[in-house]
Structure formats: C-alpha cells, structure tokens
Design a protein around this ligand. Structure first.
Ligand SMILES: Nc1ncnc2c1ncn2[C@@H]1O[C@H](COP(=O)(O)OP(=O)(O)O)[C@@H](O)[C@H]1O
Ligand SMILES: [Mg+2]
Length: 238
C-alpha cells in the first residue's frame, strides 16, 4: 500500500513539476528581458504560461477526483440516462465544434439507480476522449439500449486513432497515455479513464472497450436496472 502511495506521490510530483518549471522559466524570461523581446515573442510566452496553467488546473482537479473516489459515497436515485446525456452534449459540442455528435437513443429506456453527478462525469470523460482522439469532422456516436432485460447499455463510438489490442488493458491505469500524433497535441494526464472506471464500478456498473487501430474505438457501459415493472415487461417481450 505504501509503495503504491509513494509511487503515486512521485508521479504526481513529476507531473506538477513539469508545467510549474515551464511557467517559472517563461515568467523569468519575460521579467528579465521584457524590453528586448518583440511583441510576438511576448505573446507566445504568455500563451505558453496560460496553457501550462490550464494543464496544472486539470491535473489538480483530476487528482482531487481520484482522492474522492472512495471518500464520496454515491448518492443513488432513479436517473433517466438519455436526459443526462442530453445535458452533457452541449458542453462537448461547445469544446469540439467541428466533430459530428450523433445520438441514437432507445426512447423507452428504464431508469437506472445512479449518482447523477458521477454519471455525468463518466459520460463527459468518454465523450471528451472520443473527440480528443479523433479528427475534426469525424463522427462520435452515443447510443443507449437495453438488450438483455438486465442492463442498460451506453455505447460511445468514435472514428479516431484507435488503440492497439495489447494496450487496451493499460488505458484504465493511472497516468497512462499512449503515443499517437493526437496524444502529443491534446492535453491530458492519463487519469480520466482510471477515474471513469472506478466511478462506474462503485455504482455497480461495468465498462469495456473494443478498438481497431486507425479505425476507431468503442466504449460500452452497462448498468443493471432494478425496476421490476420494466423488467417484467421486458421479459414478456423476450
Ligand atoms: N477514444 C479513444 N480513442 C483512442 N485512444 C483513447 C481513447 N480514449 C482514451 N484513449 C487512450 O487512453 C489514454 C488514457 O485516457 P485518459 O485516462 O482519459 O487520459 P487522457 O485523456 O488525459 O490522456 C489516452 O491518453 C489515449 O492514449
Ligand atoms: Mg481523457
């Protein structure tokens, strides 16, 4: 346990130090050479400072989310998953203006006992990744269904860079980021899927992934629903 904690602290410190060193370096250069620098360079340095500050803020928010995973008990109530997804979509399309977000909702989906905030965070993380690791103008599809009378499924599919089979297990570990031309361009710290998987599991759900390199990736969430009336109706149909 201590070893895991030590390793976590040392990784976090390293992740914090990198942007901080860059912020300090560029601030010092701006201060010491203000009169010698042209406008263009000043602007470039300030925008690096801004970018690195954002990176720090995201990192700190994610570290707090990691530390809260086991501390915050989920507040469960009956949730309409389609409605929550509808709430998240505008935030994603605002950030990724050029992606096509497609919804395929099962309209008669039963409610699921979930913590709405945590479920919202899960959907946000997966949609954010789907857009971040795919090209502009490509489609990201989010589909809801209940196919087996026991689980509600949510499928998030993109047409992006994809993930090699041997890397699929790793992506849910802390601080793992795979090498792709989009990972170096896109901001991230490799904590999103770790947080996502933990949040899914503390609410009794499952997460799985399939992917093909350069074709796209599909994440599937499954949550059991316990609404007896719905289950009976569904059994009659099966
Ligand atoms: N939809 C996706 N398509 C391709 N690669 C993905 C996708 N989602 C996650 N990954 C890979 O898994 C890694 C871990 O994801 P995550 O924990 O959300 O970290 P981050 O987004 O901060 O890099 C990413 O860096 C990326 O390499
Ligand atoms: Mg992410």
């Amino acid at each position: 346990m201590n070893n895991i904690q030590d390793e976590f602290i040392s990784t976090v410190s390293h992740e914090l130090r990198t942007p901080l060193t860059s912020i300090r370096g560029f601030s010092q250069t701006l201060l010491s050479s203000w009169d010698k620098l042209d406008e263009e360079s000043k602007k470039r340095f300030v925008s690096i400072i801004e970018e690195q500050s954002n990176r720090l803020i995201n990192l700190v928010e994610n570290i707090l989310a990691v530390s809260r995973i086991n501390a915050d008990k989920p507040i469960l109530k009956e949730v309409d998953v389609n409605a929550v997804i509808e709430k998240v979509l505008p935030l994603i399309s605002q950030k990724y203006k050029k992606h096509r977000l497609v919804t395929q909702f099962e309209t008669k989906i039963p409610t699921v006992r979930l913590d709405e905030d945590k479920f919202q965070q899960i959907i946000t993380n997966l949609l954010d990744n789907a857009c971040k690791y795919s090209e502009e103008e490509s489609s990201v599809t989010i589909k809801t269904l209940f196919s087996d009378c026991e689980n509600v499924k949510i499928v998030i599919k993109d047409e992006g860079v994809g993930i090699k089979f041997e890397d699929l297990e790793k992506i849910f570990d802390k601080f793992v980021r795979l090498e792709t031309h989009l990972t170096s361009k896109a901001q991230g710290n490799g904590l999103g899927l770790y947080i996502t998987k933990n949040l899914v599991e503390i609410m009794g759900g499952k997460i799985s992934v399939t992917s093909e390199l350069n074709k796209g990736t599909e994440f599937t969430l499954e949550f059991p629903f316990f609404n007896e009336e719905e289950a009976l109706k569904c059994f009659h149909q099966c």
